[in-house]
Each structure stands twice: as C-alpha cells, then as structure tokens.
Design a binder for this molecule. Sequence first.
Ligand code: C6P
Length: 408
Amino acid sequence: MLETQKLRRDFPILERQENGKRLVYLDNAATSQKPRKVLEAIEHYYRCHNANVHRGAYGLAVEATDAYEAARTTVARFVNAWTREAVVFTRGTTESINLVAGSWGRANVQRGDSVVVTAMDHHSNIVPWQILCQEKGAKLRMVEITADGRIDLADYGKALDAKPKLVAFPYVSNSLGTVNPAAQLSKLAHAAGAVTVVDGAQSTPHLRVDVQALDCDFYAFSGHKMLAPMGSGALVAKPALLDAMPPYHGGGEMIERVWDDRSTWNKVPHKFEGGTPNVEAAVGLEAAIAYLEHLGMDRVAEHEQELARVAIERLSQIEGVTIYGPRDHRAGVVPFTYGDVHPHDLATILDRDGVCIRAGHHCTQPLMRRLGVAATARASFYIYNDVDDVDVLVSAVRKAGELFGVPA
Ligand code: C6P
C-alpha cells in the first residue's frame, strides 16, 4: 500500500475539517484533490513565465511555449502515445470526444452507417454520438451489459456484425468500476473495420495506460481526475487519423494561411488547438504526471484496488447494502445502495461525518435504467485514501442506517 499519511501532507485541502471531523474525501471519480507540487507549478508559471504561446518572438513567450510543449511531451510519454504530435490538448474527456465526433465523425459517418457505444458509457461518450447520428441519419447501437456489470461480449459481437464505422467504450466505468478488456475490444472492432474511441476518464488517473498496446484510434482523458487542474486533458490519437481530419474549432493558430474566403490548416496538433490554449492546465498536468510517476502507476492501481476490495467486503456486511459492478477486474470505484434510503440522503448524512461521496446517476442514465435504480451512492478512492477512510465510511453508513431505520 502507498504511504498515505505522508502523501496526505502534500494535499493542503485534506487538512480541512468538515463539520468538526477530518475530511474523508471519497469522490475521486468526480475530481481528485491537487497536491502542492501542482499548485506550485501553476503559480510558478504565472510568476515567472507567463506569455501567450506560439506567437511571441521575445524570450518570455519562448519560455511559455517551451513549458506548454514540454507538457505535451510528458503526456505523450505517460500514455505511450505514437508521437508527441498525437497529443491534442483539450479541456478534458468531454471536449476530446466531441472533437472526434465533430471532426472525424462528420467527415466519415454517413446516412445508414452505424456507431456503437455501450450501456455503461458516460453521457460524454453517448450524447456526442447521438448528435452525430441524428445529424447524419446514422444508427446508434448500444451494447448491453451482463448481470455482473461487464460489457456483454456476445452482444458486442452482434453489434460488430453490422460493420459499424466507429466503436466507443470506456476503459473503466465510472458507475460500476469495471475495467474493460480495452485491447481485446479494440482488436475486435478493428477486425470489423471500425475505428475505436476509448474513454479514458477513469483509467488514466488509476492504471498504467499504453495507447499503443491498446491499439485504439482515439483515447480521451481529463486531467482534473488525476491531480491536475480543472480544464486540463487531452485527446490522444493515431497521427495519420489526425492528419486526415478536418479542424474542429476555427480561430487563431490553427491556420497556415487565411484568405478572404478560405484558409489552410496548421499542422497537427495545432490544427485542433485554435485560440489561446490553457497553458496553466498543461503545466499543472505535467506536474501531476510527475507526481504520479514518482509513485508508480502500478502501485497506484494496486492501492486503490485493495481499498475497493476492503470497502466491498465491509459494506457487504451491512444488511440492506447492495454493491454494483463485478467483483474482479475493477478499479477503486464502489457504487452501492442501502435499503430504500435515497442515495442523496445518504450522501448528505455522511457529510455530517466529514465523508464526501457522490450520489446520483453519475451521468450514466442508460446504465441506471438497466440496473433498475434511479441513482446510487458511490465511494471512489485515490492515492491519499486508506483503510481508515474505508472504516469511517462504513461506520457512517451504519449510523445512517440507524437514523433511517434500515432494514426497516
Ligand atoms: N465523470 C463522475 O463523477 P469530464 O467532465 O469531461 O472531465 O469527464 C467526463 C467523463 C467521461 N467519461 C467518464 C467515464 C467519466 O467518469 C467522466 C466524468 C464524473 O463520474 C463526473 S459525471
């Protein structure tokens, strides 16, 4: 296990008290807290190097550009991208997937084509494809999940029989914790002639990611779930696809030449980064990656998986608690319900004990329908959580049960 007591000292916000109690932050799938190294990197950038990037001929602007481009190299190394130009900075997973739908999708999906998503996808990996399919007259096919919360491979195979243009799926589900066999899913999709989009929002912060080993075509992630600032993230894509794609946003820096009536495009990745980019986000993301690499992603994954195992074991001992998702191949996400207590009420009561969990549909309404619930409570772990946090959670849930009279 990681040395959580030591790590916690790196996160100023964890010194906070909540209702007179130690803050037990268990909503890491929504966003992670930020270590001092990331806060300092952002402050250092603004204090010492701030200027607009790719535009200035003066020293300060060169420094800002170097900082921004160094962050790109770091992201490329972190996920083992094909090249550093394969990394397009975006505001996060949502923007990355919309970029693929708005650019590759508009250029390649036609009337009568099909696009495949799964029933465990986040709305960010469903709605952009719905919009595209409605615009193009294409068919959106949602692959079912099994009773234990995995992608139903038989149904996946049937969806591929229709020779879809594109297949999108999450590496890790935010609402079930399932770690999907992304390389296998990608291989099957390629054999059917589709391009693949992997939603990496919940994998990049928690697992060692190697996009070349996954052999996906597009990989999207958010920095704010992995210690980095809000509004940071990237689309990582096979360079040949990016080269062939039309731009997504028009504006400064994404062009080569602009005439009165037409323009030509800058090279990749700048073609997709119109306007002044969020340099602070890139610099913060680079510092976050350095922090995680220092810990080692394999240790990060092991630590969270162990916490999830203990949490599932201890929560399951409470009569009336139902845990969702598979028992193996899962990340540090533990979704549950407790009798007929509304998950929102549970989250509010837990807050009194300083415990922050998320309650709701977690932006996965199609999945909630299949689970037969409107909402779940969800504890999600990260590097600064430990077994003490699990125990605080479990005793707060027991207390809530007494308050609500569960089981009745
Ligand atoms: N899930 C959660 O609490 P953005 O908002 O772009 O950073 O990430 C969107 C997103 C996409 N895919 C998956 C699998 C996700 O989990 C998320 C964000 C948060 O579960 C907020 S709903």
